[in-house]
Design a protein around this ligand. Sequence first.
Ligand code: NAD
Length: 262
Amino acid sequence: MQRNQLQPALITGSTSGIGLAIAHAVADAGYPVMLHGLQSPAEGESLRQAFSDRYGINCGFSDADISSEAGCAQLVAETREALGNPGLLVNNAGVQFTAPAHEFPGEQWQRVISINLSAAFYLSRDLLPAMRASQWGRIINISSVHGLVASEHKAAYCAAKHGLVGLTKVLALENADCGVTANAICPGWVETPLIQPQIESIAQEQGIDLDAARAQLIGAKQPMTRATSPEAIGALVLYLCGDFASTITGTAMPVDGGWTAQ
Ligand code: NAD
């Protein structure tokens, strides 16, 4: 099998939280990195410059909105222009919306499914031919424990994250003959801006402080009552890129403090 020549890495939603930590991990390992997320061009350029200066790598930035097929095509074009074809694609960008299914607004359903699931399909479809031709590729989908089990009020998120696990398995099977692996990472609670509204709403509803609300949110699901660090997900992505992980494909790996062991 051909070794990875540190081909460019595209990490969606890498201006914040888990995606930013993954970008730091792969940049530190020497990969050229395409940063991406909904930031202003000025903020994006300053992040790009900071990465380039700190790690001495080629680095690009795109603010493409990947909630549509056209937005995904824009991200692919901007990545190719900045760095060439990526060998590593991390489908990480994601959004959340919570409501009971019988009250779930249609536009929120569409938004969650398009960003958390459809974008991963469009980007994988468009980037796979070059990975297959080069005989090396890694597609890593940041799913969730909600790709494996359900929670109330997360109809769209659970549907999208379960869908992402299914997509991962198909990509693994279809590309098993050409050095391309596809895996899903399924985190439990990770301390990032995505979970802040959930912490704040518990604090408000129950009149408790944010630390108590955070402990309650995490402890309600995880035997280990502490959140995973974003850096731990970055380290796992890096492991999956290595030669020792070349036969790990089609998996959905929980990183969840025991949540799904119950
Ligand atoms: P975050 O809110 O910190 O970051 C989300 C990123 O996605 C940002 O860079 C944002 O700009 C980008 N993004 C959102 N909508 C976009 C759009 N339409 N177009 C382009 N970019 C867009 O979130 P996070 O907590 O770091 O989550 C990252 C991934 O990890 C998500 O897929 C999330 O579902 C998953 N996840 C998070 C947790 C957690 O506890 N935080 C747990 C399990 C899974």
